[in-house]
Design a binder for this molecule. Structure first.
Ligand SMILES: Cc1ncc(COP(=O)(O)O)c(C=O)c1O
Length: 370
């Protein structure tokens, strides 16, 4: 007799890591492999953050603070909201999965745009809820009207990824506000802002202010991208206290470890340096986007730390060969077919040298495969 598993297990999508199979990120970091597949920061954590991790390491015999009191307090100050509205998490993914656990079940519905963040399909798969994937509109942007139209009395959860992963496209905050006003109050909207710091059109606090008017809104943020802490896994949500209590109820009490809490708290004390790193990623975005144009490639209009690159009419045919050529040149990118966009590549910005290497290898590969 073999073990019996939950029937839903078979429909949960697996995760394909960005670094080559069989290697951990640790094995490749320090090597000259350009890791441009996971939208990470190319900047190592600040020295003060590394020092805070070292100090926290001396008390590893103790469990971490289950309430992450200091970190939640700092986030509450930063965003001008009460700490009872903040849930910190083991990466922002944990809040997404916890929201599914707390809100979804067979017969309930979840709506999101597609392609969007690759974790969203897990929510319906793990909970047995019904999902509606609403295709992106012209220009690969969220079609908010179509998303509204897809909401039914069964819908409990809507995810809006802004800027969107994998396309990088951004919906202005005024349009998001108009959308949220039209969503029924019993439907929770998770506004996933993992890349919000990289857009330049709006004040990133616009969504936080929107929380004052809408109890059904959840703003999701992460330290993984702009704050260079992907390896430690820290994210957070700002929401109604009820949503926070619900996600806390379905998670283990110590999900954010002590090193992660110390590092994220310290990172918040260095906003200016972090802003400088974000500005340098934005400058690279402009340079890299110009580089794609120079080799004849179109991209979606990005407001994030990555580009969504179309490989042209024969894109789906040549995608695998181009990815292999880039890998041979020591450049790892994300194939679009894994993200709902065959014939495209999602390419994160690395250091200047890594980006130049990527552009050169991509140009050569296109010449070979066209
Ligand atoms: C849109 C979006 N949301 C959430 C996440 C999850 O980030 P983390 O769990 O590292 O906070 C990612 C990571 O790539 C993302 O792209």
């Amino acid at each position: 007799m073999s073990a019996k598993f939950n029937k839903r297990l078979a429909s949960i999508p697996g995760y394909t890591p960005g670094v080559p199979k069989g290697q951990t990120a640790e094995d490749v970091s320090g090597s000259d492999l350009a890791q441009l597949a996971s939208n990470e920061s190319p900047h190592p954590p600040l020295p003060q953050v590394v020092q805070a991790i070292g100090s926290a390491a001396t008390s590893m015999n103790r469990y971490p603070d289950p309430d992450a009191t200091r970190l939640r307090g700092r986030l509450a100050e930063l965003h001008g909201v009460g700490p009872e509205r903040i849930a910190v998490s083991n990466g922002s993914c944990e809040i997404l999965l916890a929201a599914a656990e707390a809100m979804l079940e067979p017969g309930a519905g979840v709506v999101y745009a597609w392609p969007a963040f690759s974790m969203y399909p897990n929510l319906a798969a793990m909970s047995g809820a019904d999902e509606v994937r609403v295709p992106l509109a012209e220009g690969e942007v969220h079609d908010l009207e179509a998303i509204l139209a897809a909401i039914t009395p069964e819908t409990r959860l809507v995810m809006i990824c802004n800027p969107n992963n994998p396309t990088g496209t951004y919906v202005p905050s005024a349009e998001v506000a108009a959308f949220v006003r039209q969503v029924p109050e019993d439907v929770t909207v998770i506004l996933d802002e993992a890349y919000i710091e990289f857009q330049q059109g709006d004040d990133p606090s616009d969504s936080i202010r929107l929380l004052e008017e809408h109890d059904n809104l959840v703003v999701l943020r992460t330290f993984s991208k702009s704050h260079s802490l992907a390896g430690l896994r820290v994210g957070y949500s700002i929401s109604s206290p009820e949503f926070r209590a619900a996600v806390d109820a379905v998670r283990q009490p110590f999900s954010v470890n002590a090193l992660a809490q110390a590092a994220a708290t310290e990172a918040l004390a260095h906003g200016e340096e972090i802003d400088g790193q974000i500005a340098s990623s934005i400058a690279e975005r402009e340079r890299v986007e110009a580089g794609f144009t120079a080799i004849g490639l179109d991209t979606a209009e990005t407001a994030a730390n990555f580009s969504w690159v179309s490989l042209g009419d024969r894109g789906a045919e040549i995608e695998a060969a181009v990815v292999a050529d880039l890998a041979a040149a020591g450049v790892v990118v994300r194939p679009g077919r894994l993200l709902g966009g065959p014939g495209r590549l999602r390419i994160s910005y690395g250091t200047r040298e890594e980006n130049d290497r990527m552009l050169a290898a991509l140009g050569e590969s296109l010449a070979r495969n066209s």
